[in-house]
Ligand binder design. Structure first.
Ligand code: NAD
Length: 572
């Protein structure tokens, strides 16, 4: 989006940043080095969407509050000892305290605002005053790895759609979506990996070009007629194909509906979580830029009206039998604010497809080779294929990823693993580092979008069985638990995904440096972190989570007083 949407962060000090590669330490230990390399990796021009503005992805998700703050974080990490902890308050390093070697080296809190003040307007005021920063999800807690980070979950979501409605494959189907940014850019490849045809609407030519360069998008169409001829031919021939079209979704989608195009699946990943980032079709770029700066309220009004048109078209497709879902950007609530009152007729993707996985804490882990050597990821891939040989979803994904995912910044791999599996995977990685099979330590973390780490009533916790959608104790407990269990750094944030006022969520990373201490820390964090997700869902009454907690020996004193004694004496 145009720079004019941005608060007064400033570009003073902006320059290309790339994480150091290799085995030489630039900090006093690998934990600090891991934090430094992942922070820098977030801003690598191959990884970040707008690195000069410190924006990593998600419209306005930043890695640091300003370039001066970035420099101060880097300098502090270089001096930080193995028993010290740096506090980062919304992208600014504010303190270093002596703690102990099991403690996190970095604690991060981003965009936290007292609930009554947690509105987008107040957030922007505070951001413009230089007091806070939007961290989105993995950007602000230094664990973003480029489009691959979202690729597997997007792939799994579309696989779930295929399983629900289309006999297990998207071959012979047409999906229409919008937004080819940091997250949304994974959609075309994920749909094609499921065998489908995808039409992706995007207003920014640079985003289309970038996705084609990164191998996430096959072709760009000249106009809507051309786009439809390409995707409908692919659909009819049951051929995978992704087509980008330079168009505004609020305009093009109603046109697609008017032409009665047979759309099988429809969704959207424009940056709707912040209406200032949603492109309005009936404003010239100059007028839009001017309004964003001088009259943001009017811009937001236009954006919400456009989102109402966009979501109305989605509802019309829904009425015709199209599989429609919101893809985690809050567009339904914005359309509702824009006057379209049927916006909540279709579900969010978590409640529609992902929640059963969350009951077993299945979610997206990631490991990042700090050496910068893709061979390290290949070695870990091979070890995981052996360890999880009986797990079809893991082996299928690892093989697909090795074939389709290009390296962006530090080489990394995502993988969907549940309770128990994450600890096993971490143990394998730490052993590979210990035995010198990989060249340097590896950072292990996960998405914020995970089973125990989020309260987000329009996304991860929409429609919880017990009505606990907005209860945010769970992510806070998750962060505290991870810090107590030995994570190398922990971040708590507000507003990621669906926007300010609408979510609280956490992230963490643990370093696998091959030492016995790392083995212990990895085991604790990679057991307890997903364990908190099982507990969150069991507490809400999901039967599978209740059974799973019992099967795994996860102790939940609140669940059943009758079995209390037994559960307290059984250690997992
Ligand atoms: P981004 O800002 O990098 O990309 C958004 C894209 O939408 C931009 O390229 C922009 O040009 C385009 N766009 C804006 N208005 C448009 C319009 N009217 N028509 C067509 N294109 C338009 O953001 P991102 O990282 O891709 O994230 C997208 C959204 O998804 C955000 O709201 C984010 O909060 C949310 N999100 C989703 C997930 C997930 O799991 N799916 C995770 C985190 C965040």
């Amino acid at each position: 989006m145009a720079d004019e949407t941005e608060p007064k962060v400033g570009r003073a000090g902006a320059r290309p940043v790339r994480a150091p590669h290799g085995t030489e330490l630039t900090c006093r230990g690998w934990a600090q080095e891991a934090a430094l390399r992942l922070l820098m990796n977030n801003l690598d021009p191959d990884v970040a969407e707008r690195p000069d503005d410190l924006v990593v992805y998600g419209g306005n998700g930043r890695a640091a509050r300003s370039w001066a703050d970035f420099d101060a974080i880097v300098a502090t990490l270089r001096r930080l000892d193995d028993d010290e902890t740096m506090l980062v308050q919304s992208g600014r390093p504010v303190a270093v305290f002596r703690t102990h070697e099991w403690a996190p080296r970095v604690l991060i809190s981003n965009a936290m605002i007292v609930p009554e003040w947690a509105t987008l307007e107040e957030f922007r005021r505070l951001e413009d005053a230089g007091l806070t920063m939007f961290g989105q999800m993995t950007a602000g807690s230094w664990a973003y790895i480029g489009s691959q980070g979202i690729l597997q979950s997007t792939y799994e979501t579309f696989s779930a759609v295929a399983a629900k409605r289309f006999g297990g494959t998207l071959a012979g189907t047409l999906t229409v979506t919008a937004g080819l940014g940091g997250m949304g850019g994974a959609q075309p490849l994920a749909i094609a990996m499921n065998g489908g045809a995808a039409l992706c609407l995007e207003v920014d030519q640079a985003k289309i070009t970038r996705r084609m360069r990164l191998g996430y998008l096959d072709v760009q169409a000249q106009d809507l007629d051309h786009a439809l001829s390409l995707v409908l031919a692919a659909r009819d021939e049951r051929r995978a194909l992704s087509v980008g079209l330079l168009a505004n979704a609020a305009e093009a989608l109603p046109e697609i509906v008017a032409r009665d195009v047979p759309v099988d699946i429809a969704t959207d990943q424009t940056s709707a979580h912040d209406p200032l980032l949603y492109a309005v079709p009936d404003l010239s770029p100059e007028d839009a830029a001017d309004l964003r700066v001088h009259d943001p309220k009017t811009y937001v009004m236009h954006a919400r009206t456009s989102m109402a048109d966009h979501v109305k078209a989605l509802c019309e497709l829904l009425d015709r039998g199209t599989e429609v879902f919101e893809y985690g950007n809050g567009i339904r609530v914005e359309a509702d604010l824009g006057g379209f009152k049927r916006a909540m007729d279709f579900p969010g993707f978590i409640s529609a497809y992902i929640r059963p996985l969350f009951c077993e804490a299945k979610g997206h882990c990631r490991w990042i080779a700090l050496s910068g050597d893709p061979a390290d990821i290949a070695v870990i891939d091979a070890a995981m294929l052996e360890e999880f040989v009986d797990n079809e979803s893991v082996t299928r994904w690892l093989r697909l990823a090795a074939r389709h995912v290009r390296v962006q910044g530090l080489p990394a791999r995502t993988c969907m693993l549940g309770y128990g599996e994450r600890a096993r995977a971490s143990r394998i990685i730490n052993d590979l580092v210990r035995d010198g099979k990989v060249r340097a330590p590896v950072a292990v973390g996960r998405e914020h979008l995970d089973s125990g780490s989020v309260a987000s009533p329009y996304r991860e916790t929409e429609g919880m069985l017990d009505g606990s959608d907005a209860i945010a104790d769970w992510p806070v407990l998750n962060a505290l638990l991870n810090a107590s269990s030995g994570a190398t750094w922990v971040g708590v944030q507000h507003g990621g995904g669906t926007g300010i006022g609408r979510s609280v969520h956490t992230g963490m990373v643990v370093i696998a440096d091959g030492t016995p201490l790392a083995a212990l820390r990895l085991d604790r964090v990679m057991t307890n972190d997903p364990g908190s997700g099982v507990v969150r869902h069991a507490d809400a009454g999901y039967q599978r989570a209740v059974e799973f907690a019992a099967e795994q020996g996860i102790r939940m004193p609140s669940l059943d007083a009758a079995t209390e004694e037994e559960s307290w004496t059984t250690r997992p």
